[in-house]
Design a protein around this ligand. Structure first.
Ligand code: BTN
Length: 330
């Protein structure tokens, strides 16, 4: 992938093949081949005889420099490394491979595209090039995994706050941590942990946000989805600013989490709950339970009011679906 060629085309204007070839010091035939390579990433670059090449609508690439200036100073100081790369298998997988991180600091990895993006419950996270956001934040906890109760819900709240701070409408949270608008999924959180159950561990917080999902990739998404472009209205969508806003919430959250835990965020989570008071079905693999969603407890467990009383559900493998009758009632 020729990133210099892409950078030239990001302004959304026409560029003649001749001038591109001159600027990049290659032949026009090479430019044509490289445009075809970029188009294999679903960028939709047009070639118009007599005018040249154009990337309709332009494209905002992620930039370490722009991110740096958009981060709050305390957040910046809590980050040990930031890597923004054109493509990776998975930003979560990458940070799980990394050597130890200085205690009290985060490692951040962001990719423009993931070839093996990981979602919850073994799903694929569809990750087309440069249209959405795929980021992971790694934090080494000396306290062990016990301090991580509820962290994925807390991250959902942090992402919701970031979207609000960017001027977007308030999303809803679907237990445990899906980011929803209009009943469809716009983002998700996958936390992967390695290390000793009782000793130090690394939590890699992976966040995927659909910003402008290209039509060609949408077919691969296996659940009802929405992107921020569909809800933003007149609010400008700048991926670098969104990325910074998410990091400004998530990194300080990770630092304070061992001390504070989920409890102070519980009421906020419940205020954003997509299913509060609704009839739902909880799927636990070989078992399904029906009930009314009654928010979450201090540790992020789902409170389900069933015929036999309140059940608390903690398993990460639980899926929540609005029951058919409730969905029909609207
Ligand atoms: C979900 O299924 O709801 C969780 C999706 C998490 C996707 C993000 S994208 C960045 C990070 N890297 C991955 O491979 N997955 C997470």
């Amino acid at each position: 992938m020729n990133l210099r060629l892409l950078a030239e085309l990001c302004d959304g204007r026409f560029h003649s093949g001749e001038i591109l070839a001159e600027n990049l010091n290659v032949s026009r035939a090479v430019i044509s081949t490289q445009v075809a390579e970029l188009n294999a990433l679903d960028l939709g670059i047009e070639a118009v005889p007599g005018k040249g090449y154009r990337l309709p609508g332009g494209l905002e690439l992620l930039s370490a420099e722009r991110l740096h200036y958009a981060l709050d100073v305390p957040t910046r100081e809590m980050i040990e490394t930031v890597d923004i790369v054109p493509q990776l298998d998975s930003t979560n997988a990458e940070l799980l491979r990394r050597p130890p991180i200085t205690p009290g600091r985060a490692a951040v990895c962001v990719a423009e595209r993931q070839s093996a993006g990981r979602g919850r419950r073994g799903r694929e996270w569809v990750s087309p090039f440069a249209r959405n956001l795929y980021l992971s934040v790694a934090w080494d906890f000396v306290e062990g995994v016990a301090v991580l109760w509820g962290l994925s819900l807390a991250v959902g709240v942090a992402v919701a706050e970031a979207l609000l701070k960017c001027g977007l409408p308030a999303p809803r949270l679907k237990w445990p941590n899906d980011i929803h608008y209009e009943g469809r999924k716009c983002g998700g959180v996958l936390i992967e942990v390695n290390g000793d159950a009782a000793g130090p561990c690394r939590a890699v917080v992976g966040i995927g946000l659909n910003v402008r999902m290209p039509a060609a990739s949408a077919a691969a998404v296996d659940q009802p989805w929405i992107d921020l472009a569909a809800v933003a209205g007149k609010v400008p969508l700048a991926r670098n600013a969104l990325l910074a806003a998410v990091l400004n919430e998530v990194v300080p959250l990770l630092r304070s989490y061992p001390e504070r835990g989920f409890a102070p965020l519980r009421s906020r989570w419940c205020a954003l709950d997509a299913h509060a008071g609704r009839q739902v079905m909880v799927d636990m693999g070989n078992r399904r339970v029906a009930g009314v969603a009654r928010g979450v407890d201090q540790r992020g467990g789902l409170l389900l009011e069933t015929a036999s009383g309140i059940q608390t559900i903690h398993s990460g493998d639980v899926s929540l679906r609005v029951a058919a009758a409730d969905a029909m009632a609207g």
